[in-house]
Design a protein around this ligand. Structure first.
Ligand code: ADP
Ligand code: ASP
Ligand code: MG
Length: 463
């Protein structure tokens, strides 16, 4: 018998890691190797399944049932093909029934949406939840077939959220209690528990989701509930890199990242992590690692409380399109209470603001591109004027030692001498210097800043 570990490890596999049968075999082998660590596997939907389910739901909403069902057919084929490949065409009966049942329920929901021509966030969550249900059923059956001691757990029995459909707020206390009865009894060295990321349920049992990309968040929440030794995010890159490698091909792996750096990068667009992932892990003091499913022996990133590498700039991230609002009021700006009045309006209209920069007679703020501005314009018109600049992007320069780095500004301006910087903001925690530029310059800005601030030097530590 292997020694009993004090804690288990959470292994979250993203969509690209379970995209087809070949990927699933690789996942099964990684899980098999991790058995002594009592793994809890948290799975995303296969490949782009969630996108497909959203497309189907939106087609149904406009009454285009044939397109919705065609989209569902593609999803069914992908899952059937994966199952058949994994089981050499003899898919076990119980998996076959589980898949048939899930496809049937999805079809019923799509037909209902098409009939009513109404897609509420609640129906959308119910439809979207099938991606994770399907992928986890297939992998669980395959792990059993490999003779691993496997328990499939419905995440909705544990991941308790409020009823904010499309972005459920998790109830950590309830999740911890529910995990004690629905997960812990099945967890142990030599055994594997497999569940779904992204999906949860309200107290009444209604299906919710944590929002797009939410499986990372699920993994961190499960990790915190179980007091896991580590939360592993398995994906298609060798850890968090100094920039999105699709934009800067020379981006370098980062061996160590602090929780605050990771949180800033995620919030400012580094898709490799969901923005909220870090919080539950930080609170529970659990390290998060980001690893490559295809290169498990390769480099990876460890995210922990603090790092002391001495580097000044750790990584770059960007987010666009965003909208810049400039609020001016020559009458009121210099007077006390102006900003309070301004933000009271934003608060009341539930408009969330990312960056703020103030000048003598104006305040600039950035908001999401899809923010509805009608009510805001009306409310502000009584005491200020509003200018709106759309199609902008935020580029964030992140690093724990940013504030101690002399001359950073001149390197940024030097690299971007012919690109107009429309706004600059140093985050309150002083580890994030953000600039706003036109969206068309987003990628070029990242490439130039990467060359100027990070270059091709390895950025500290060995994997
Ligand atoms: P998963 O399906 O595993 O959840 P995602 O597509 O959500 O994977 O995240 C991985 C992707 O994030 C990578 O393929 C990469 O293109 C992108 N990405 C963006 N910024 C970064 C970064 N700084 N480091 C690594 N990957 C990044
Ligand atoms: N499948 C969900 C999505 O695509 C959640 C996730 O993969 O993190 O958004
Ligand atoms: Mg992801």
């Amino acid at each position: 018998m292997p020694p009993v570990p004090a804690k288990s490890v959470v292994m979250k596999f993203g969509g690209s890691s379970v995209a087809d049968a070949i990927c699933m075999r690789q996942v099964a082998s990684l899980v098999g190797n991790a058995l002594p660590m009592a793994p809890l596997v948290v799975l995303s939907a296969m490949g782009k399944t969630t996108n497909g389910l959203f497309t189907a739901a939106h087609a149904a909403e406009i009454g285009d049932l044939p397109t919705a069902l065609e989209q569902l057919k593609v999803i069914i084929q992908n899952h059937r093909r994966a199952a058949e490949d994994l089981f050499d065409s003899s898919v076990p009966d119980d998996l076959d029934h589980a898949l048939t049942d899930a496809f049937g329920q999805t079809e019923l929901l799509l037909r209902g949406v098409a009939l009513l021509r109404e897609l509420s966030p609640r129906s959308q969550d119910a439809i979207a939840s099938f991606g994770e249900q399907l992928s986890s059923r297939i992998l669980a059956a395959f792990l059993l077939h490999q003779e691993l001691d496997t328990t499939w757990v419905d995440a909705r029995n544990v991941m308790r959220t409020d009823n904010t459909f499309g972005g459920g707020q998790p109830d950590s206390e309830a999740i911890r209690e529910l995990a004690k009865t629905s997960i812990t009894p099945f967890l142990g060295p030599g055994r594997v528990v497999i569940t779904q990321g992204y999906i949860g349920a309200t107290e009444e049992g209604l299906t919710t989701t944590l929002g797009r990309g939410g499986s990372d968040y699920s993994a961190a929440l499960f990790g915190a509930a179980l007091q896991a030794a580590e939360v592993q995010i398995w994906t298609d890159v060798e850890g968090v890199l100094t920039c999105d490698p699709r934009i800067v091909p020379g981006a370098l792996p980062i061996p160590e990242l602090s929780f605050s750096e990771a949180a800033e990068l995620a919030a400012f667009g580094a898709k490799v992590l969901h923005p909220a992932t870090i919080q539950p892990a930080v609170e529970a003091g659990i390290p998060v690692t980001v690893r490559s499913t295809q290169h498990p022996q390769g480099r990876f990133t460890t995210i922990t409380g603090e790092v002391h590498t001495g580097r000044s700039v750790t990584a770059l991230a960007s987010r666009g399109p965003i909208t810049v609002l400039t609020v001016s009021s020559s009458r009121m700006l210099a007077q006390s209470g102006f900003l309070a009045r301004l933000f009271e309006v934003f608060g009341r209209l539930k408009i969330s603001v990312d960056l703020v920069a103030t000048a003598e007679v104006s305040v600039s703020l950035t908001v999401e591109a899809d923010t509805s501005l009608k009510a805001l314009i009306k409310e502000l018109s009584s005491f200020a004027t509003l200018q709106v600049a759309e199609n902008r992007a935020i580029v964030a320069i992140v690093g724990e030692r940013l504030k101690h780095t002399a001359g950073l500004g001149s390197r940024v301006f030097g690299a971007l001498s012919d690109i107009n910087i429309e706004m600059i903001s140093m985050g309150a925690n002083e580890i994030n210097l953000s600039i706003v530029i036109k969206r068309e310059h987003e990628h070029e800005t990242l490439r130039r800043l990467h060359a100027a601030l990070i270059g091709s030097n390895d950025i500290g530590g060995t994997p």
